[in-house]
Design a protein around this ligand. Structure first.
Ligand code: PLP
Length: 387
């Protein structure tokens, strides 16, 4: 480990404050470090390994495709890409899918489509995208501009112009921001993830959807973290009773390989045409084959299990000593702890549980198929670390 740490620190860009642990292998919700110590993985690579580490079904799908055709570019038809798009549309009522490789890129695609739609429909001055304060939409210069947290912005000016932030759950303020700025779109996370696992109010989301429809302002829903079963629905917007115009997703969809998707609804299905957008790796057959194996298993039974495990986790955590509040939905859980979140995470790691933070919260994003007893064991360890 010491040699690896030295090597990494010498040669890898200094953008991550890593924990002093080298992880070498795993299976399902268990991972092992270089000393053989076992951990329960309550972070899933930040909500990416939807069915855990080295999941059999996902691995079989990926390796079968790997042996056939690993990449051909978007100049040709390949089966996994088309089939995955079909599954996504049939399960969401959306009409078309653009594939890319990450969450930020998915949001870029959504934003480009919104700008083109509004420019064609209303005029080129309708380019502003309204996003929420405390939101997180990615690290590229445009998605940083979309992100409603100033501390991400300071060192990287000038960011892409045309973004305005408004307070979440304040419908009047968002409406005013949208109308005054000639908005092309409003973009939300139904549950602010990096912002601290904070669900938006249902009445706000529904009011916003109605307003957007009335004004022909597109509603973009960033489902990068909340999507693909994470909240107990296939996409979090389904918990809110709305139909977005554009959905962006990534993280869990690929089960551990880089894959992002932009789902276009009726208004925008033809907005991006030949040459308007592209991605060399987007729709990669190996990533898409893995994603099909993930999405096919996120069915009603799996979603019911996610909800049942969520209820168990919430009831174990709520009111526990040192736990001040529990937020989130499904297996996207934020814990406001009396102790600093970073201290709780450190103690958990010592005691064999890997978890995340989100702002001042401890954040749990376990694999969707984590066995109930493993989840209960991990939560007991988290609770122990809170006191
Ligand atoms: C993680 C995240 C992103 C960025 O995804 P990357 O794959 O890191 O580019 C965007 N939006 C939300 C809501 C996220 O949680």
């Amino acid at each position: 480990m010491k040699d690896l740490k030295t090597l990494d620190q010498q040669y890898v860009a200094n953008t991550y404050a890593r924990f002093p642990v080298e992880l070498v292998s795993g299976k399902g919700s268990l991972v092992y470090d270089e000393t053989g110590k076992e951990y329960i993985d309550m972070g899933s690579g930040i909500g990416v390994t939807a069915f855990g580490i080295a999941d059999d079904g996902w691995q079989a799908a990926v390796t079968a495709q790997l042996g056939k055709l690993q990449h051909m570019s978007n100049l040709y038809y390949t089966e996994p890409c088309a089939k995955l798009a079909q599954i996504l549309c049939e399960r969401t009522g959306m009409k078309k899918v653009f594939f890319c490789n990450s969450g930020a890129e998915a949001n870029e695609g959504a934003i480009k489509a919104a700008r083109k739609y509004a420019a064609e429909k209303k005029g080129p001055e309708y380019y502003t995208i309204v996003t929420m304060e405390n939101s997180f939409h990615g690290r590229t210069l445009t998605t940083l501009a979309a992100t409603g947290q100033d501390h991400y912005h300071e060192l990287f000016q000038p960011l892409t112009p045309g973004f305005v932030h408004a307070p979440a759950n304040n419908l009047e303020a968002v409406k005013t921001a949208a109308l005054e700025n000639k908005a092309a779109a409003v973009m939300i996370e139904c549950i602010q993830g990096e912002g601290g696992v904070i669900p938006l109010e249902k009445s706000f989301v529904q009011g916003l959807a109605a307003f957007c429809k009335e004004e022909d302002i597109l509603l973009l829903v960033d489902e990068v973290q909340t999507g693909n079963g994470r909240t107990g629905a296939l996409y979090a917007y389904m918990n809110f009773g709305i139909q977005p115009d554009v959905v962006s997703t990534a993280k869990g969809i690929g089960g551990g390989l880089p894959l992002g998707a932009v789902l276009f609804g009726e208004k925008t299905e033809f907005t991006l045409g030949h040459g308007d957008h592209g991605s060399t790796f987007g729709g990669n057959p190996v990533c898409c084959a893995g994603a099909i194996s993930i999405l096919e298993r996120i069915d009603d039974d799996l979603l019911a299990e996610v909800k049942a495990k969520s209820e168990m986790a919430f009831s174990m955590l709520e009111g526990a000593p040192g736990v001040e509040a529990v937020s989130g939905m499904g297996l996207m859980i934020g814990i406001k702890t009396a102790k600093p979140a970073a201290d709780v995470v450190k103690t958990c790691m010592e005691n064999g549980v890997l978890c995340l933070t989100a702002k001042d919260k401890v954040r749990l994003l376990p694999a969707l198929n984590i066995p109930k007893d493993v989840l209960a064991k991990a939560i007991e360890i988290v609770k122990g670390a809170c006191v």
